[in-house]
Design a protein around this ligand. Structure first.
Ligand code: FES
Length: 108
């Protein structure tokens, strides 16, 4: 896997997000209250809403457009909604963030 350095934990507010532009499009990095970091394509599986502008709660984000709830670990929409946002692996080492970009469809 090809890991790229994308900043530090401090760059993302707790229960907030940050968007980075990559060759695979916009990726949203989310930080949970307990400092876990997740990365999803910044496109809601419903109508492509900007997930990074949503509300982070627990390990989920609520899309700002029509309130679908997306699981940050899998990228899957919470039932009854269906679909997923493609997720990417993130690693935090000494507060430095590394992202492994993978092309392809979501795996939900
Ligand atoms: S675009 Fe995200 S809920 Fe509709």
């Amino acid at each position: 896997m090809n890991w790229i350095q994308v900043g530090t934990l401090e760059d993302i507010p707790r229960q907030g997000s940050r968007v980075i532009n990559t060759a695979h499009g916009e990726i949203a990095l989310f930080r949970s209250k307990d400092d876990q970091v997740f990365a999803l394509n910044n496109r809601c599986p419903h109508k492509g809403g900007p997930l990074a502008q949503g509300i982070v709660h627990g390990k989920r984000v609520t899309c700002p457009l029509h309130n679908w709830v997306i699981d940050l670990e899998s990228g899957s929409a919470i039932a009854p909604d269906v679909g997923c946002a493609h997720r990417h692996e993130v690693r935090v080492a000494h507060e430095v963030l590394f992202l492994a970009l993978e092309a392809g469809a979501c795996k939900a």
